[in-house]
Design a protein around this ligand. Structure first.
Ligand SMILES: NC(=O)c1ccc[n+]([C@@H]2O[C@H](COP(=O)([O-])OP(=O)(O)OC[C@H]3O[C@@H](n4cnc5c(N)ncnc54)[C@H](OP(=O)(O)O)[C@@H]3O)[C@@H](O)[C@H]2O)c1
Length: 261
């Protein structure tokens, strides 16, 4: 039986992926730290055990977590054919005020664990000549964003890694796509201490991201932009000097401290 592995499955966009795949009767392995949230979701979506859902509660800030997730699947003989790398978090604010512990944690969760998960599962996919990988990045990954500096850099990493793997694996029967949303209504912004209501950009629903991702995966599109505006903001960069791109990004993603509200 083939399984879909979803990280960041407990809330927001990842949870919406779980709902969509449950509607499609896909068997899944859900990864996040909050075991209780994953249990509630499983009880709601699979009361009779169909689809088959496994919970793999792991902290992706642990460098060993990709290996543990892979071992979890191997021990149960779960064949992972689709990976949705969705777990991630950000920090909005001046770089000098960012908690130092969060710096390492963000790189580990957003980048090292994502890269590690792919590295563990991809040899099996190559052997079967079949596999799909959805990496959730962001439009912030296409340029530096002032006051979202490290987060935007981690999302650039995901775009670059996805581009390389897309090219490297396409003749081996494996699809790799990078999904690049703008603002989405989830708990992300509270954790990031960010206030999207202060931005001129609209805030979309997580289902917009999930629908676009599945459509993009069918066509093996390298970059998937959930809305036309997401596409336009990145496309227009081709015609602007880099300094103007950076100014626009900082303007559209303004950091507001709680005192400014
Ligand atoms: N919301 C937006 O505007 C937006 C825009 C562009 C891209 N994105 C990207 O979309 C992805 C999902 O974000 P979201 O908006 O859905 O935010 P969210 O609701 O805060 O979801 C984040 C998910 O990541 C998991 N996670 C965070 N730290 C983790 C850790 N150390 N170990 C394991 N899991 C961890 C969380 O689960 P636990 O807390 O249970 O561990 C949760 O399931 C992120 O990669 C984000 O960068 C979001």
């Amino acid at each position: 039986m083939s399984y879909t592995l979803i990280t960041g499955a407990s809330t927001g966009i990842g949870k919406e992926f779980v709902r969509e795949f449950a509607r499609r009767n896909s068997d899944m392995i859900l990864v996040a730290r909050s075991q209780s949230k994953l249990q509630e979701l499983t009880a709601e979506l699979s009361p009779s055990g169909v689809p088959d859902i496994y919970i793999c509660a792991e902290d992706l800030a642990d460098p060993q977590s990709p290996r543990k997730i892979y071992d979890f699947c191997r021990e149960r003989e779960l064949r992972v054919e689709l990976i949705v790398n969705c777990a991630g978090f950000g920090f909005a604010g001046e770089y000098g005020t960012m908690p130092i512990e969060e710096l390492q944690e963000m790189i580990q969760v957003n980048n090292c664990s994502l890269a590690g998960i792919i590295r563990h599962f991809v040899p099996d996919m190559i052997e079967r000549k079949k596999g799909e990988i959805i990496n959730v990045s962001s439009i912030s990954g296409f340029q530096g964003v002032a006051c979202l500096a490290l987060y935007a850099a981690t999302k650039s990493f995901i775009i670059t890694l996805s581009e390389a793997l897309h090219e490297e694996l396409k003749d081996k029967g494996i699809k790799v796509i990078a999904v690049c949303p703008g603002y989405i209504e989830t708990g992300f912004h509270t954790r990031a201490r960010q206030y999207p209501e202060h931005s001129l950009l609209p805030v979309s629903n997580p289902s917009v991201v999930v629908k676009a991702s599945i459509k993009g995966l069918l066509k093996n599109k390298l970059h998937v932009f959930p809305t036309f505006l997401d596409f336009l903001l990145v496309f227009l960069q081709r015609f602007l000097p880099r300094a103007a791109v950076l100014k626009t990004a900082a303007f559209l993603a303004p950091f507001k401290s709680q005192g400014d509200m």
